[in-house]
Design a protein around this ligand. Structure first.
Ligand code: PEP
Length: 250
């Protein structure tokens, strides 16, 4: 059985102090929960402080991005080992906002997945189609391309912990959620595609998160689908109350 993972992506919100305040409020709300994994991904400057505040809890720390080199003259970049030193266990890679605004490509995603794996971080690789691509009937070819290219040259042994987040771009921050059937269909496709590429053992054990306007009101119906193993939550992860209600889906 796959253990559910509920992950919060704080994007460019929250200073270190605001993040610590959140973590202190979240802790009692999720105390004792161990049948699902929980992760929060603050912006880089807040990683260490939020990681410290989450230490007594079972909530893991994640980063929103990384660079693939170990160190060097790369102004503005953050190396995998720096994330590890801040206490990160997860790293989000290839979020659609990075693809859309910061030139992230399937090739940079691939390099980052390799770097994450080498550093012992769990990559949360994001894939998803735009509204135009969906309307043109291109959803599966796009997912196929993003997964094939993003995982090229990697082998199943490297990817035992891999998490894929299916985030239809048209559902991120828009209030539009994919229907549970649309989400399940895409998740099923992703799992069978990964099975073809890397084998069914990896694919059956791999967690696939849904992302796109997840809220306390829709998490339970999403989690009832057989191939949805958790959620990557943006807006609703910014308040301890809404995030904890998502974590406590039943
Ligand atoms: C996200 O940031 O990955 C996301 C899905 O955002 P939201 O939940 O706000 O749509």
């Amino acid at each position: 059985m796959r253990k559910p993972l509920i992950a919060g992506n704080w994007k460019m919100y929250k200073t270190p102090a605001e993040g610590v305040d959140f973590a202190r409020q979240l802790a009692p709300l999720v105390d004792g929960i161990n049948d699902r994994d929980i992760m929060i991904a603050p912006a880089f400057p807040a990683l260490e402080a939020v990681g410290g505040a989450l230490k007594p809890t079972s909530v893991a720390l994640g980063a929103q991005d990384l660079f693939w080199e170990a160190d060097g003259a790369y102004t503005g970049q953050v190396a995998p080992r720096m994330l590890v030193a801040c206490g990160c266990r997860y790293v989000i890679i290839g979020h659609s906002e990075r693809r859309q605004y910061f030139g992230e490509t399937d090739e940079t995603v691939r390099r980052k997945v390799i770097a994450a794996v080498k550093a012992g971080l769990v990559p949360v690789m994001c894939v998803g189609e735009t509204e135009k691509e969906r309307e043109a009937g291109q959803t599966f070819p796009i997912l196929d391309k993003q997964i094939k290219n993003g995982l090229k040259d990697l082998i199943a042994d490297d990817l035992a912990a891999l998490v894929i987040a299916y985030e239809p771009v048209w559902a991120i921050g828009t209030g539009k959620t994919a229907t549970v059937d649309q989400a399940q269909e895409a998740h099923r496709f992703i799992r069978s595609h990964v099975a073809e590429l890397l084998g069914s053992t990896l694919a059956e054990g791999m967690r696939i998160l849904y992302g796109g306007s997840v809220k306390p009101e829709n998490i339970s119906e999403l989690m009832a689908m057989p191939d949805i193993d958790g959620a990557l939550v943006g807006g609703a992860s910014l308040k301890p109350d809404s995030f904890s209600r998502i974590v406590k889906f039943n």
